[in-house]
Design a binder for this molecule. Structure first.
Ligand code: NAD
Length: 626
């Protein structure tokens, strides 16, 4: 082994590939409950007749209703709903969907669902615009760069495929037992809306399977032949978000933080893999989906550890990075030797030197000069194999971590742990067909190791025969679960304008009289007007004169700053639970005038956050305290 461990290997691959591309023309908005607040984001589409594409489950489970509500009051009218998409959508479904959109004269598409729905919407869009047979459009990048499809909005309800940010669509051809890939730049939507609240209804088993699909995207993107620095960065962060939150999302479906992390992880993984492609895991999973109809995420999760083990040696450093991101800790002894020395951890060197009993050398080392440091570094180079050994062990531990994750997910949600339990009931009689189909899959081209048919067969057999058992999940394995809705449940807190004036203007009067806050407010010399909506009201806080005046309704003067916001937002703000800066970015608050001056007031107002709930309680309004 010794001669293999050269400095070249330790330095790993070059830090940059010879060539890479990156583009993401999709505007994406994220936020728990954001579907109730899309007016600004969708304004640019203008007046449209939208076809909403979804499936029967989602039409019942709540997300579709929430989306319809969200689009009320916008210029986009949902004039047609196609909710017949099955899991692993088919060519026939796409045709029916396109026919519906054409019949109802739709000029835009909104997809609400998982990958099956999103991919159906993508290809149906193509068919609506280009016409002809679906078979005519099969392939990659057949459209001219100037060809336009109908504008589209994608709203994912699973955290899995990342299809909202990919240029591909996968549609099943059940007559031929295969899944067909379509790829076009124009499949990217103009807007993707990520609202984790829309994923809460996703059952545990599907949360696990779709989440593992996203994890596979990130891992394959990171080790593939077509790597690029942009997808590397996205892939590693996706691995972190998904691996640390998937158990939490399955154990506590309402944990909005975990759901959000999964959705964002899935999006990042989607961008990563659409820039560096997927590999052998997907090649085999597509074949298992086509021949045995194994759900995509389940096939991916079972094949993943086997393919990782198979590819390990070819990308040892990268698999060690993945292990580290998955939470495996290991010392970086030699490859990081310069930092060991630079950070003064020379005692390791000294100990090594002591062992060699080279007294004079030891003295020099302890003197700590630059020459010595360089010398010590060169000595450490001889220990390179230790580093390589540690990284290999770490990479192997990463594979074990994935097996453990699968077992924990099986415990939490009942996902299968081998292909037999996943639905192969014929004793793997079609193994040859699966292997042949996999070998023809485009994903295989990007695998870091050239796939050989016999290896594919071996991997499928291992995943079929696995005897892994579910593993109990301990509390420490779960991130602290945050139950309940992140939007903090405030909705129409003030029944009418009168009540709003009573509560908010009353509160400003209290601030004015407060020993600390009153003088601080007066000192600002500012005149700030708050324009509230739902219900409507105007309150002006005028500190331009001698004291502070609180004026309800019409105001004769000229406020220096006007802030327009929902009354619910103000209620949340005075609880200290709203982020004004982010609300300004999202235009939940529209500010006119010298805004930075007002923002400087925020620290002055901090004590008011404590006063507001106390004030509400004293007024007998405990029920609206957040
Ligand atoms: P899916 O869309 O097939 O949905 C699986 C099931 O979950 C369906 O029954 C659906 O009704 C249900 N569901 C979805 N969201 C729900 C919610 N919020 N609440 C309750 N039920 C919900 O699953 P998927 O894994 O998202 O998509 C799989 C498809 O995507 C496959 O066809 C796969 O090949 C394809 N895919 C596409 C890409 C791409 O980039 N285009 C990438 C990976 C996979």
């Amino acid at each position: 082994m010794g001669e293999l461990i050269t400095n070249e290997i330790l330095k790993g691959e070059s830090m940059l590939p010879e060539y890479f591309e990156f583009s993401l023309p999709v505007k994406l908005v994220y936020g728990p409950g954001i579907i109730g607040n899309v007016k600004e984001s969708v304004a640019k589409f203008g007046k449209k007749r939208a076809l909403l594409v979804t499936d029967a489950v989602l039409a019942q489970a709540g997300p579709v209703e929430r989306v319809k509500d969200g689009f009320k009051g916008t210029d986009i009218s949902i004039v047609s709903v196609f909710d017949d998409v099955p899991p692993n959508s088919t060519l026939k479904t796409v045709q029916a969907c396109a026919a519906r959109g054409k019949a109802d004269k739709c000029d835009m598409i909104i997809a609400v669902g998982g990958g099956s729905v999103i991919d159906t919407a993508k290809v149906a869009n193509l068919l609506m615009v280009k016409g002809g047979n679906i078979e005519d459009h099969m392939g990659a990048y057949l459209l001219d760069i100037n060809d336009q499809l109908l504008p589209s909005i994608i709203i994912p309800t699973t955290a899995g495929t990342g299809s909202e940010v990919t240029k591909v669509a996968v549609i099943a051809d059940p007559d031929n037992d295969v899944k067909l890939p379509f790829a076009e730049e124009q499949f990217l939507p103009q807007l993707a809306i990520l609202d984790p609240e829309l994923t809460i209804s996703l059952p545990g088993k599907l949360t696990a399977a779709t989440g593992m699909d996203a994890l596979v995207h990130a891992i394959e993107a990171y080790v593939d032949k077509e790597w690029s620095p942009a997808s590397d960065a996205l892939a590693l962060h996706a691995i972190k978000l998904i691996s640390r939150n998937i158990l939490g999302a399955c154990a506590n479906p309402q944990d909005i933080e975990a759901r959000g992390a999964m959705l964002v992880g899935s999006f990042l993984a989607g961008v990563a893999f659409s820039h560096s492609m997927v590999g052998m895991v997907h090649g085999i999973s597509h074949a298992l989906g086509g021949v045995y109809h194994i759900p995509h995420g389940i096939a991916n999760s079972l094949i993943l550890p086997e393919v990782m083990a198979h590819n390990l040696e070819s990308r040892l450093d990268r698999f060690a990075d993945i292990a580290f991101t998955l939470g495996i800790s290991f010392p970086e002894v030699v490859s990081d030797s310069r930092s060991i020395i630079d950070t003064g951890k020379l005692d390791i060197v000294s100990k090594l030197v002591k062992k060699t009993e080279m007294k004079s050398l030891q003295d020099v080392v302890e003197s700590g000069s630059h020459a010595v440091r360089d010398f010590a570094l060169r000595q450490l180079d001889h220990l390179a194999f230790v580093d390589q050994w540690i990284r290999r062990k770490a990479a192997e531990a990463g594979v074990e971590k994935i097996r453990t994750l699968n077992r924990q997910l099986a415990f939490l949600t009942g996902t299968p742990l081998n292909l037999k339990d996943a639905g192969i009931t014929d004793g793997l009689a079609k193994l040859d067909q699966v292997a042949d189909t996999a070998m023809e899959d485009g994903s295989m081209l990007y695998n870091p190791v050239e796939p050989r048919r016999e290896d594919v067969v071996e991997i499928i057999k291992k995943a079929y025969n696995s005897t892994d058992k579910p593993l109990k999940v301990l509390e420490k394995d779960l991130k602290t679960a945050k139950k309940g809705k992140a939007a903090d449940g405030v909705k129409n807190v003030f029944k009418n304008t009168e009540e709003l004036y009573d509560v908010l203007a009353g509160f400003y009067e209290l601030l004015k009289k407060d020993e600390e806050l009153g003088p601080a407010l007066a000192k600002t010399g500012l005149c700030v007007q708050f324009v509230y909506k739902n219900p409507s009201a105007v309150i002006t806080v005028d500190a331009t004169g001698k004291g502070v005046e609180i004026i309800q309704g019409d105001f004769d003067g000229k406020p220096e700053v006007t802030m327009t916001m929902d009354a619910d937002f103000a209620h949340k703000f005075w609880h200290g639970k709203a982020n004004l800066v982010s609300a300004l970015t999202r235009r939940l608050v529209v500010a006119k005038g010298n805004v930075p001056k007002t923002l400087k007031l925020l620290p002055v107002l901090k004590p008011a956050y404590k006063l507001y709930p106390e004030y509400l309680r004293e007024k007998g309004l405990s029920d609206i305290v957040m």
